[in-house]
Design a protein around this ligand. Structure first.
Ligand code: CAA
Length: 247
């Protein structure tokens, strides 16, 4: 059987890079998506991944823009092949209290974190249906589950991702496709390190395991959900948050 192809949006970032490496180690051909302003960084990333012997590609595309996703997936299909595993991982934060939140910060976070899931998944679902096998893994957040002070935009987008998961999981379950949500807690990435130290310290003090999570821990869960062994898990929302929120 030829190698399956996995596409990771935001694949050159903190958690994305770890997911790409794990999926490559699992035997997938991996395509990491990035945005145009990060061309130079993405090329350097690809060179170092390939130097380490990993079967990686990169694909430029703005996940918040539908036409950009149409073009990106057409190119991935022509250059690499049809996508079997999609990890909707790209995301941003624009935190601030709701009473001060400008429309732009709402729209940017909704477009990049939630509308992206439609824009990208819509391009790959037909090939998964035709193949009778597919995995869609949506990277949500603890803050989509519990809400977070200063994140009305992000919490709304991340909660929306799981609604999408549950609906599309039902539509595709009989066709060998699983659709799941992962809800990480606070992981030691640039995004979390950008939170003011005193606020971050307060957050960490509320994590029963007593530390931030590691990107590798998220990647291992992605790996399992992407495997044949996880065929009976669909429409699930799996929390990985050190016990910070239990539901
Ligand atoms: N609950 C209740 N009150 C809170 C609070 C909380 N969690 N956090 C802050 N406050 C209060 C403060 O005590 C302060 O009160 P006073 O005015 O009475 O002093 C008031 O709210 C304003 O707080 P700040 O001084 O922090 O206000 P700010 O405008 O400087 O910053 C903020 C606001 C940017 C939202 C900041 O509080 C913050 O960064 N919060 C953390 C947001 C967060 O968790 N982001 C996660 C990013 S990582 C991520 O999203 C990945 C993932 O999936 C987990």
């Amino acid at each position: 059987m030829s190698k399956r192809i996995a596409l990771v949006t935001g694949g050159t970032g903190g958690i994305g890079s770890c997911i790409c490496r794990q999926l490559a180690a699992d035997g997938f051909t991996v395509v990491a998506n990035y945005i145009a302003p990060e061309e130079e960084k993405a090329q350097a990333w690809l060179a170092s991944e390939r130097a380490a012997g990993r079967d990686m590609h990169i694909a430029m595309g703005d996940v918040s823009n539908y036409e950009s996703c149409v073009a990106m997936i057409a190119k991935v299909k022509a250059d690499v092949g049809p996508v079997s595993v999609l990890v909707n991982n790209a995301g941003i934060t624009k935190d601030g209290m709701f009473k001060k939140m400008p429309l732009e910060n709402w729209m940017d976070v909704l477009n990049i974190n939630l509308n992206s899931v439609f824009n990208v998944t819509r391009q790959v679902i037909d090939d998964m249906l035709a193949a009778g096998w597919g995995r869609v893994i949506n990277m949500s957040s603890i803050n989509g589950q519990k809400g977070q002070f200063g994140q009305a935009n992000y919490s709304a987008a991340k909660a929306g991702m799981h609604g999408f998961t549950k609906a599309v999981a039902q539509e595709t379950a009989a066709k060998g496709i699983t659709v799941n949500t992962i809800s990480p807690g606070y992981i030691g990435t640039e995004m979390v390190m950008a939170i003011k130290q005193e606020v971050r310290d307060q957050i960490v003090s509320g994590i029963p395991v007593g530390r931030l999570g590691k990107p590798e821990e998220i990647a291992k869960l992605v790996s399992y959900l992407a495997s044949d062994d996880a065929a009976f898990i669909t429409g699930a929302n799996i929390a990985i948050n050190g016990g910070q929120h239990m539901c």
